[in-house]
Design a protein around this ligand. Structure first.
Ligand SMILES: *Cc1c(COP(=O)(O)O)cnc(C)c1O
Length: 461
C-alpha cells in the first residue's frame, strides 16, 4: 500500500539561485535611520527575506524560462499571443481575451467603459487598486464582506464570502440600473487572502441574474481559491482543481486578472468576457494606452510565460505546498505567542499588531513599529496595513486611527524554503520576548495622499 507521508515537501528542485543580502544589526539600524523608518525606502539587496508582496515576485519554472526564449515578438498576430489566448479560453471559457500589462490596467480599461458618475460597483471587497480605479471613473465602490470577516480571532472556512443578504438589500434599494457590475475577488485579498466558497459564488450569481447584473471575478488568486474549495467545501474533495476553477469561471460573466500572482509571471494580466459590446469598447481603450490587441503592453515572452504559468499553477502538488507553507508560518507564529488573523490565508499571514503590542497607542503606529523591528532584528521586510496606510484626519483636524493594525507577511511563490520560514518564526519569537521594549514611532513628515509610501518617521523617545 502507498504510504501517506506527513512531511509536505517543496514540489520542485532548484536549478538557478540568487544570493541573499546579509547585513549586520548595526548596518540595519543605520539603514533604517536613513530610510526614515519607512521600509519602502530600503534597497531590496539590503533585505534578507522579503515578504513585502507576493506580486510579481514568484520564481518562474524552467518551462517558463524556456518560453521566454521562444516568445514571438511580432507586433501583430504573434504566436505567443495565441498560446496566451488559447490557455485563457480553455481555462475560463470566455471568448473575448484582452492582454494588459498588469491587473490595474484591466481595471482602468473596464471601469472607463462601464463606470462613471452615479454608478455603483458592488463586491465582496474591492482590492485597493480596484477601488481606486472605480472611484477614478466617478463611480462608487461598495463592499459587502461576510459577517464575521473582520473578527480576526474567529476561524471560518470561507471568510472571503459576499454578504448576499446585504448585497440584495442594497440592489433593491438602489435599483439595478445603476449597478453595472458585481466583482467577486477570489481569494479576498483585502480581507487576509480568505477564500470564497462555490456556494457563495452561486448564490451571488443567482442574485445578480435575478436583477440582470453581470458578475466578474477579480481572479488574481483563482487557483488558491479553487484549492481551498477542494479542501474545505462539501462535495469537492475528489474534483480536480482545474475543474473547480473552471466551474468558478463558468458561474461568472468575465474576469480580470493580475498575472503577477497565480500565473507566476513578473508582469502581466488580462481582461476576459463574453460581452462583445464591452470588449469592443475595451479594445479601443487598449490600443489608446496599452498596445495592439495581440500584445496589450506586454512582450511576446511575457505572454508565453503567463500561458505556461496558468497551467502550472493548477498542479495540486504545488497548491498543497503553497497553502501548507502559509499555514506553517501561521502556526509557528501562533506557537510563539504572536497573534495572527485566523485562519491563515492563501498568500500569507497577517499579524495582529494591535493585539500583539497593546501598549503602543495607534498614534504611534503599532504595526509599522513591528515592521521596523522585524527588519532591524532579522532583515525581514513585511508591510504595514494600519494607521500609516489608512489613518485619516477629520474636517477639524482630529486624528482618526485605522480600524486595524496589521503587518502582512506575503509569501512569494516558489521562492523561499522551509528553513527561511523557520528563520522568520525564530526572529518573531525573539521580538515577542522583548516586545515591551518597543515604544512606537512618530511622524516627522508625511504627504497628504498615499502617505505610507513616502512618510518619514522616527522612534518615540
Ligand atoms: C494585485 C491585485 C490587483 C492589481 O493587480 P496589479 O497587477 O498589481 O496591477 C487587483 N486585484 C487583486 C485581488 C490583486 O491581488
Amino acid at each position: 500500500m502507498e504510504h501517506k507521508w506527513k512531511t509536505i515537501i517543496e514540489p520542485f528542485k532548484i536549478k538557478s539561485v540568487e544570493p541573499l543580502g546579509f547585513t549586520t544589526r548595526e548596518e540595519r539600524l543605520k539603514l533604517l535611520e536613513q530610510a526614515h523608518y519607512n521600509l519602502f525606502n530600503i534597497r531590496a539587496e539590503k533585505v534578507l527575506i522579503d515578504l513585502l508582496t507576493d506580486s510579481g515576485t514568484g520564481a518562474m519554472s524552467a518551462a517558463q524560462w524556456g518560453g521566454i526564449m521562444t516568445g514571438d515578438e511580432s507586433y501583430a498576430g504573434a504566436r505567443s499571443y495565441y498560446n496566451f489566448e488559447n490557455e485563457i479560453k480553455d481555462l475560463t471559457g470566455y471568448r473575448e481575451v484582452i492582454p494588459v500589462h498588469q491587473g490595474r490596467a484591466a481595471e482602468r480599461i473596464l471601469f472607463s467603459v462601464i463606470g462613471g458618475q452615479g454608478k455603483y460597483m458592488v463586491s465582496n471587497s474591492h482590492f485597493d487598486t480596484t477601488r481606486a480605479n472605480v472611484e477614478a471613473s466617478g463611480a462608487a465602490a461598495i463592499d459587502f464582506p461576510a459577517s464575521g470577516a473582520l473578527d480576526f480571532d474567529k476561524p471560518g472556512p470561507f471568510k472571503g464570502n459576499m454578504n448576499t443578504t446585504a448585497l440584495e438589500k442594497f440592489i433593491s434599494k438602489t435599483g439595478a440600473k445603476n449597478i453595472p457590475l458585481c466583482i467577486m475577488t477570489v481569494t479576498n485579498n483585502s480581507l487576509g487572502g480568505q477564500p470564497v466558497s462555490m456556494e457563495n459564488l452561486k448564490s451571488t450569481q443567482n442574485i445578480c441574474r435575478k436583477y440582470g447584473i453581470p458578475m466578474f471575478l477579480d481572479c488574481a488568486r483563482f487557483a488558491e481559491n479553487a484549492y481551498f474549495i477542494k479542501l474545505r467545501e462539501k462535495g469537492y474533495s475528489r474534483t480536480p482543481v482545474r475543474e473547480i476553477a473552471q466551474e468558478m469561471f463558468e458561474l461568472a460573466d468575465g474576469a480580470m486578472m493580475s498575472a503577477k500572482k497565480d500565473a507566476f509571471a513578473n508582469m502581466g494580466g488580462f481582461l476576459a468576457m463574453n460581452n462583445t459590446e464591452w470588449s469592443g469598447k475595451a479594445r479601443q481603450m487598449l490600443i489608446l494606452t496599452e498596445g495592439f490587441n495581440t500584445y496589450g503592453g506586454l512582450a511576446g515572452r511575457d505572454l508565453e510565460a503567463i500561458a505556461i504559468g496558468l497551467r502550472e499553477v493548477l498542479d495540486e502538488n504545488y497548491l498543497q505546498y503553497r497553502i501548507r507553507s502559509s499555514a506553517y508560518l501561521g502556526e509557528g507564529l501562533t506557537r510563539r505567542g504572536v497573534p495572527i488573523v485566523t485562519p491563515p490565508g492563501g498568500h500569507g499571514i497577517y499579524v495582529n499588531a494591535k493585539k500583539f503590542l497593546p501598549h503602543i497607542n495607534p498614534r504611534n503606529f503599532p504595526a509599522q513599529t513591528l515592521a521596523t523591528a522585524l527588519y532591524l532584528e532579522g532583515g525581514i521586510r513585511g508591510v504595514e496595513i494600519g494607521t500609516l496606510m489608512f489613518g485619516r484626519r477629520d474636517a477639524k483636524g482630529n486624528f482618526l486611527p485605522a480600524s486595524m493594525e496589521l503587518l502582512r507577511l506575503a509569501v512569494p511563490r516558489r521562492v523561499y524554503t522551509q528553513s527561511h520560514i523557520d528563520y522568520v518564526i525564530e526572529v518573531f519569537g525573539c521580538i515577542a520576548k522583548n516586545k515591551k521594549s518597543l515604544k512606537g514611532l512618530e511622524i516627522v513628515e508625511a504627504p497628504k495622499v498615499l502617505a505610507h509610501f513616502s512618510a518619514k518617521l522616527r522612534p518615540v523617545k
